[in-house]
Design a protein. Sequence first.
Length: 308
Amino acid sequence: MKQFAHRAIREALLGLAAGGFAAIAIKLAVALLRNTWGLLESHFPLSTIYSFIKGGDFKILGFIIASCLLLLFVPRIASFFLKLLRSWSTGLLSGIFPVWFLLTLLFFVPEHAWSLKRSLTFVGAGVLFVFASRGIVLIRRRYLTNLPIVTPEPSRAGTTIEPEVKFDLPIQAWSQDRLKRGTMIRGMADQILREKAPVLAIVGTFGEGKTSALNLLAASLENRADVILVRFSSWLPGDPQTLAFSLFATISEQIKSRYLIFGLSNKLRKFARLLAGSIPRLGDNLRQLLEPPSQMEQLNTLKKLLGK
């Protein structure tokens, strides 16, 4: 709680300062535009241009262009706000800085006389948002902590026993499980979710079902809001450095597909370099731009090429 209080005060003060500077900049820009408009109006036929813009043909063309742009960018905008909301509800983004920034803009930009009541209203709205944000995060954490671990038992309806094994392939879903692994998978999931085990290893010889167990564990965890599932095969990269970069690129891609964490890729890249034991040299910035994509992207590209 103490750490959150320090963070809230720091972000509120930064938002207040940034909003004040932005309000000053907006007022200066408006004053400059008014003077510039008067100067241009005395030298150029702006009234003719304005009458053309108000014409019916221009309105129709503008409506068509705006509609096309809206259809193109609506999915991205919706995805961005969904990630923003998800990041805020988990506490990854507090939202305190932008809220205090906007409140400061709304307070200073409009031409209103200063009053104590108006000042207390804006400050109260900012403080209320801070407490509401913290409350939502705590409630969500408590809810997710009490979620049961779902490991459904297999359904034998409609299944047939093959007379012989044709392919030594791992199973992908609970409906294919005939060995009743539910207790084992539930114990593994409990170690991850409740005990917060940093490492969990499945040991066995070839063909004993390690990959099948991992697939069932993934099926039980992939739909949970408090889990980010990352699939990675350590035998694909050819050397330790490629392994480290590919692993953290894959982790970064999965996290960024659900949340907004600014600077995540750079931080994971630095950590990967540390693990790989590589020393930054001249030209590393260019090398980072040319680093291989995540393992998932490489596999998807290969699948598309083979599908053609």
